[in-house]
Structures are given as C-alpha cells and as structure tokens.
Design a protein around this ligand. Structure first.
Ligand code: ZN
Length: 199
C-alpha cells in the first residue's frame, strides 16, 4: 500500500473502513475508480453525500425517506387501518417483498433490551400509541423478530395496547424461533403474516 501515492492510499484507507471490505478489496476498488471516468466517480461521491443530506425518517412511520412522508405513507392505495410493527427499516422491506401486507408500517428502531439499558421510551412505542388514536387503526400486526428480545417487545406492546380499542396480532410460527425477519424467505414471511394470530 505504501507504494501508492498518498491520495490513493487515502482512498484505500477510507474504503477499507466499510463493513466486509478488507485491505485487498479496498485496493482493487480504489484502482477501479481511478481507471473509471470522472463522471462515474462524481456519481458515486454525490450519491454518498446525497443520502447524508436527504435521507431522514418518515414523520409518520419512521421508515427511511427522502421527504417528510415516505412513499408508502403517501400512497393512497395503502390501508391505514392496518399497522405492521417492525424493528428496523430492513424488516419493513422484507415484509413488503413478501407482498402479503397492504397496510402501513411502524418502525420501532430496535427492541426492548433491559440488559443494554434499552427501555420502552427508547423505541417508538409512544409514537405507536399516538398513531393508533389518530389514524383509526383497526389492527396492529406485531412483526418483531422471534428471538428473545423480539418476543419480549411484542409482548410488551400487546400488553400496552390492551387498553386501546384495537385488535393486536402476532405473525405466526412460520418464522423460525430466533429468526431475524430480514433473513426469512419471502414465502415463509407471507405465510407467517397470513396466518397471524390474536394476542
Ligand atoms: Zn412512512
């Protein structure tokens, strides 16, 4: 690496900071960018800066969004009386790919984890309760992971929602225990959503 001029060394160093990229791959990518056109390099650099400038959380469901409302919340074809509660934006994408859900989402951004000091006020449960009142939600589908933390979070939300006039369901056991939603195949996830049960 020290055989390269400082500018290339610097690029290699920055690419190697990305997850899953080792020094060798970083070197290969840096040389690839060097060989490419200025336009390609600009497109890559600008698209990276763009996500930092533009992407924020949807003010309604907390999905990643380029505007105040995400594409799903702004889509009149979606049924706002169904809310699917997931842990992370990637889980929402997994449920969307399954094609089994036509409602809207609520992204918690994490799970309850007393061991790590993460309590109900650290994930967006208060916002979820506020939405139920405002948006005339009929059913809340709890699609958190089936690991210990995901189950504990689903139980807690179900308990909190008991006081509210809303049906609460949990995705069915098609999702393997300990399963992280985003790694579950689409068919399994579709079945798990279709055969959800009341809690
Ligand atoms: Zn949204």
């Amino acid at each position: 690496m020290s055989y390269y001029p400082a500018s290339i060394q610097n690029l290699i160093k920055n690419i190697a900071k990305l997850p899953g990229i080792g020094e060798k791959t970083a070197e290969r990518l840096a040389l690839h960018l060097l060989r490419g056109s200025r336009q390609e390099a600009e497109q890559l650099a600008n698209s990276i800066l763009n996500i930092k400038d533009k992407v924020r959380f949807c003010s309604r469901c907390f999905a990643l969004s380029d505007g105040d409302l995400c594409g799903l919340c702004g889509d009149p074809a979606r049924d706002p009386s169904y809310l699917c509660v997931v842990e992370q934006p990637a889980d929402m994408v997994a449920v969307e790919k399954s094609g089994a859900f036509r409602g809207l989402y609520h992204i918690l951004s994490g799970t309850l984890s007393p061991m790590n000091g993460i309590g109900p006020e650290d994930i967006r449960i208060r916002e979820l309760i506020a939405r139920i009142g405002q948006d005339q939600v009929k059913e809340v589908v709890l699609a958190t992971s089936t690991n210990v933390e995901g189950e504990a979070t689903a139980s807690y939300i179900a308990q909190v929602l008991e006081k509210h006039p809303v049906k609460v369901t949990r995705i069915a056991s098609g999702v393997p225990m300990g399963g992280d939603l985003k790694y579950v195949d689409q068919v399994t996830l579709k079945r798990a959503l279709e055969t959800r049960h009341a809690v």
